[in-house]
Design a protein around this ligand. Structure first.
Ligand SMILES: Cc1cc2nc3c(=O)[nH]c(=O)nc-3n(C[C@H](O)[C@H](O)[C@H](O)COP(=O)(O)O)c2cc1C
Ligand code: SF4
Ligand code: SF4
Length: 252
């Protein structure tokens, strides 16, 4: 049985969670990077297991994830759905991924949501997933492994979410570079949507940018930033929604 780790993780939090699940299920896993701007069609082997992991953006699956998933021939692979979120809420993200996976002929067998440091409002969920999260995720992986071995794909608890899905029109925070830019072009190569041109790495095509914050995270000179004032206003208006330590959840 072949295992795939199909992950969209611009800033690495989702990847940590998916990797922890993957390594506790199997020793050999094939990575499929949904944040690769030049993502091409892939066919999964028969009788595979696929972890599909992405962050919640505005309570939804980022559209680029849906776009790239359509390029994968699932071949009825058993799917373990993973949503990371920054300690606010996932709203309809998991339900959307679950329904999309079925449409694409994956067979969902398990789903989990896990908290990971907020990549826009970095003051929330700092350091998560932490040691306690890791221990819990390893326990989740054991339960998932047992379910895979039992060849049972029915869910005994409902997938959370509502329809119609929550509307998310995107985030107005679009990072740009400043005079610290040394033109290393790392941001150009790794922007998932191709929003940064090599000729002008300090600029951002705001129509393409999805505010994923990867360019901010990877820039070696910290030249890229979102609008700090906008970030402050947005985070303080939503402060209540981030209160308390939100739990990780397994749906099986
Ligand atoms: C544009 C954007 C929208 C987000 N929306 C939400 C949200 O609705 N709820 C939430 O709890 N976290 C939200 N987050 C936080 C991310 O889901 C969280 O930080 C995630 O771990 C990021 O994954 P990554 O580290 O793999 O990039 C959002 C982050 C971004 C960049
Ligand atoms: S990663 Fe930073 S330093 Fe490198 S080109 Fe982009 S903005 Fe400039
Ligand atoms: S330009 Fe926008 S989409 Fe590209 S890496 Fe930066 S935040 Fe992400």
């Amino acid at each position: 049985m072949k295992y795939y780790n199909i992950v969209f993780s611009p800033c690495g939090g989702t990847q940590k969670i998916a990797n922890l699940i993957a390594t506790n299920l199997t020793e050999n896993v094939t990575e499929i990077d949904l944040s690769n701007p030049t993502f091409v069609d892939i066919t999964l082997e028969k009788d595979s297991v696929a972890i599909i992991a992405n962050p919640s953006y505005g309570g939804r699956v980022p559209p680029i994830v849906l776009e790239h998933l359509k390029k994968i021939m699932a071949n009825k692979a058993k799917a373990i759905l993973v949503i990371s979120f920054g300690n606010r809420a996932i709203d309809d993200t998991l339900l959307e991924l679950y329904e999309e996976a079925i449409k694409l002929s994956f067979i969902p067998v398990a789903a989990l949501v896990a908290v990971s440091q907020h990549t826009l409002f970095t003051q929330f969920a700092v350091g998560r997933p932490d040691e306690d999260d890791n221990k819990e995720l390893i326990k989740f992986a054991k339960v998932i492994k047992e379910k895979l071995e039992a060849k049972n794909s029915s869910f005994s608890n409902p997938i959370p979410g509502n329809k119609p899905y929550k509307i998310f029109k995107g985030c107005p925070i679009k990072p740009v570079g400043n005079n610290k830019c040394i033109k290393c072009l790392k941001c150009v190569a790794s922007c998932p949507t191709g929003a940064i041109k090599k000729e002008t790495p300090r600029l951002t095509d705001k129509t393409k940018c999805i505010s994923c914050m990867r360019c901010v995270t990877i820039c070696p000179t910290q030249a890229r930033h979102g609008n700090n004032l906008l970030l402050k206003i947005a985070s303080s208006s939503m402060k209540k929604e981030f209160e308390g330590r939100k739990p990780n959840m397994l749906y099986i």
